[in-house]
Structure formats: structure tokens, C-alpha cells
Design a protein around this ligand. Structure first.
Ligand code: UD1
Length: 370
């Protein structure tokens, strides 16, 4: 059996790593790794390959940045000949980025079966490009591999036959559990002068937060306030950096440190030691839950509700006053010791193996149900 795994953007790399590793031990399984090049800066791509021990991609499509239409179309054009060359049995796509939906759309029209890892998540916010990518990819996929039960429920509500759906758990958690102790040796808190201190770790990159001047200004104000309580380490995505400059906003300084995008191990090292995380990332909501670090997610909704019901996550409006109030409440709760690491079902370090098992078992069954 031959698999073509597709990755393109930063969060995909942590998800493919455990699946590739699990597949390596299966005799007769051929795996091809395709990188679309959606993310291309060394700090957004190469450093993740190194940290995760990923092999160099067999194919790099080098598509780069652009509008959604440009980027999606370029990925599709570049991916089609790759499929012609490799003729896989399955295309395996990950998460909810533009590379995910673009390659699924090419594969389905060529009659190649698609497995979607991290299927079924829904924020119900159609203003998020990722929500559109999720809905479309799930409609196209033959095998839908969900990270949590809510994913199965969402897919059932959309009329997707349960025979195509399998709960495998969270592949990102496989990577986190494998590399947590390696990350602990990175010495990031020492290097940034916050060892032993309470500090906050921040990432913000969603278009809804950073592409609107007023919202971004509110968020930077919130960071300034947070900086008066504890050191703030803000890992700044290139999109966010560009918007701060374009809008002529003043980034807070002093206790708020603006950092270039960090590698995976550096990030886990800092998150693991943080007093709190403020983010709009999907992956960090999950990682803070597993690490038992309180997390404030600056978004109106989340596609990862188990991080709230079973974990350490809480949603907050992207406004200075709301974030201030949420931080006060969170620090009081933390002083009372009420944050426990959460381990939703299947977040156990073995999801990658279950992805490979599902693919091997579906060799015959999936075609019959489509
Ligand atoms: C993408 C994903 C998002 C994910 C995020 C993680 C989509 C729709 N969005 O958003 O779900 O959470 O990745 O980072 O797929 N840029 C660089 N260097 C790079 C890549 C991007 O400078 O290596 C800059 C470019 O100015 C680019 C902008 O960042 O235009 C946005 O990049 P893009 O890939 O379009 O989306 P992200 O915001 O990174």
C-alpha cells in the first residue's frame, strides 16, 4: 500500500510526525511526504523538520504565500503531477490549512482515496478560513479520523456515514508526549531571563485578531497590562509582525518581549513553564490542556471544546478589558491550585499508530460504503 502524506503549514508538521513513525514499522507500506511550501521561512518550516526528526520531504511544491485563491490554486496545480507520478492508494491530509483542502480536492477528482487526520472539528464560525477548509475536506474524505468524540457527533450531524468515521485520538499529543522531556532541556526560560518566575507566553496570528487595526490595538493594550503583572513572552507570527508595522501600532516593550517565531521544542519548553498562555492557536489550546497550563483563547468560539470541558482552556473576547478580567480570575484560580492536566480520551501518545491501523483496515471496507 502506498500513502502520500501532505503537509504545508506549521501545525501540520507535528501531526504527520507520529503517523510517519508508526508507518515505518509496517512491512510493504510505502510512504511519500509532500510539503506544499505554504510555510517556507526556516523558522516556520525547516526548524520543525529538525526538531521533530522528520525526513526531508520527497516533494516540495514551493507554493509560498498569496491570497486564499492564489495559494489554493497554486497548490492544486502543483499537486496534480505529484499524484500522477506516485499513484498512491491514499492521500493523507492533516488539520485545516489551505494545503489540506487543496490537495483533498485534487485527489478526489482523480479517484484517489483521502484520509483526513483531525476530522470533525467545528468552530461554527464560518468567518474562519479554517472552518471552511474543515467542512469541505470532511465532505471529500473517504476515511475521517477524529481526535475526540465531538468530532464524530459533528460529522454524524452533517450526514457523513459513521462507517467512514473513526475516533483515533490526538496525533499532536503523541508528538508532545514524545518530545516534552527533550524540550525541557532547551533552557529557554534561562535564556530569556524568566527562570523561576511567573511569566506569560503569548501567540496571536488569526486574521480576525491581527488583520483589524482596532482589534490588534486592543490586544497589544492587553499585553501591556499583562506586562505590568508578569514578564510576557510574545512569539510573533510574520503575519502579525507585518500588521503591527502596516497599522503603525506601537508594540509594547519593557516586560513584554517580542520574539521571532520559535521552533517546536523552544515553544513547548516555554509553554510548559508558563504561568499562563494567551493565544488564538488551535494547537496551543490542546498542548496547554495536556501540560496543565492555564490557557486563555482570544476567540469567540473553539473547534476544540474538550480543551474547555476537560482541560485548562477558556475563551475570552479580544478586548483589553475582557482579557484583563480573565487574567485576574485565572490567577486567583491558579493560586487556589485548581488547574489539572487534562487527558481527553485517545490523547495518550498512540494516535499515530491508530491512524495507520485504520488505513490498513480500511483497505477493503471504505470503498463499499462510499
Ligand atoms: C496558516 C493557516 C492557519 C494556521 C497557521 C499557522 C490557512 C488558511 N491558515 O495561517 O490555520 O494556524 O498557518 O501558522 O491555511 N509568512 C511568512 N513566512 C512563512 C509563511 C507565511 O512570512 O513561512 C507570512 C506571509 O506574509 C503570508 C502570511 O504570513 O502572507 C500568512 O501566511 P499563510 O500561510 O497565508 O497563513 P497563516 O496566517 O500562516
Amino acid at each position: 500500500m502506498k500513502l502520500v502524506h501532505v503537509v504545508g503549514a506549521r501545525p501540520n508538521f507535528m501531526k504527520v510526525a507520529p503517523v510517519l513513525r508508526a508507518g515505518q514499522s509496517i512491512a510493504g507500506l510505502i510512504q511519500v511526504l509532500v510539503h506544499t511550501g505554504q510555510h517556507y521561512d526556516p523558522a516556520m518550516s525547516d526548524s520543525f523538520f529538525q526538531d521533530l526528526g522528520l525526513p526531508a520531504p520527497d516533494e516540495n511544491l514551493g507554493v509560498g504565500s498569496g491570497s486564499h485563491a492564489e495559494q489554493t490554486a497554486r497548490i492544486m496545480l502543483a499537486f496534480e503531477p505529484v499524484l500522477d507520478r506516485h499513484s498512491p492508494d491514499w492521500v493523507v491530509v492533516y488539520g485545516d490549512v489551505n494545503s489540506t483542502v487543496a490537495c483533498a480536492l485534487v485527489a478526489v477528482k482523480k479517484g484517489i482515496r483521502i484520509a483526513h487526520v483531525e476530522a470533525g472539528l467545528r468552530s461554527r464560525d464560518r468567518g474562519m478560513p479554517e472552518e471552511i477548509n474543515r467542512i469541505l475536506t470532511d465532505q471529500l474524505a473517504d476515511l475521517l479520523l477524529t481526535p475526540s468524540r465531538d468530532g464524530n457527533d459533528n460529522l454524524a450531524a452533517e450526514g457523513i456515514p459513521p462507517a467512514r468515521v473513526r475516533m483515533v485520538g490526538n496525533v499532536m499529543v503523541d508528538t508532545l508526549l514524545r518530545l516534552r522531556s527533550v524540550a525541557a532541556k532547551r533552557g529557554m526560560p534561562e535564556r530569556l531571563g524568566v527562570k523561576g518566575a511567573d511569566y506569560a507566553f503569548v501567540t496571536l496570528h488569526r486574521p480576525s485578531n491581527v488583520d483589524d487595526r482596532d482589534t490588534l490595538s486592543e490586544l497589544l493594550g492587553a499585553l501591556e497590562d499583562l506586562g505590568s503583572r508578569m514578564p510576557v513572552l510574545f512569539a510573533v507570527h510574520p503575519r502579525t509582525r507585518r500588521r503591527i508595522d502596516e497599522f503603525g501600532l506601537t508594540a509594547p516593550n519593557g516586560p513584554v518581549r517580542l520574539l521571532d517565531p520559535l521552533g517546536y521544542l523552544e515553544t513547548v519548553n516555554l509553554v510548559d513553564g508558563a504561568a499562563l498562555v494567551l493565544t488564538d492557536s488551535g494547537g496551543l489550546q490542546e498542548e496547554t490542556t495536556v501540560l496543565g497550563v492555564p490557557c486563555l483563547t482570544a476567540r469567540p468560539s473553539t473547534e476544540r471544546p474538550v480543551t474547555i470541558t476537560e482541560g485548562t482552556n477558556r475563551l475570552v473576547a479580544s478586548r483589553r478589558v475582557d482579557i484583563n478580567a480573565a487574567v485576574t480570575e485565572l490567577l486567583a484560580r491558579r493560586a487556589g491550585g485548581s488547574f489539572q492536566p487534562g487527558r481527553p480520551e485517545g490523547w495518550d501518545g498512540h494516535a499515530g499508530e491508530r491512524v495507520i491501523s485504520a488505513l490498513l483496515e480500511s483497505r477493503t471496507t471504505v470503498t463499499a460504503t462510499t
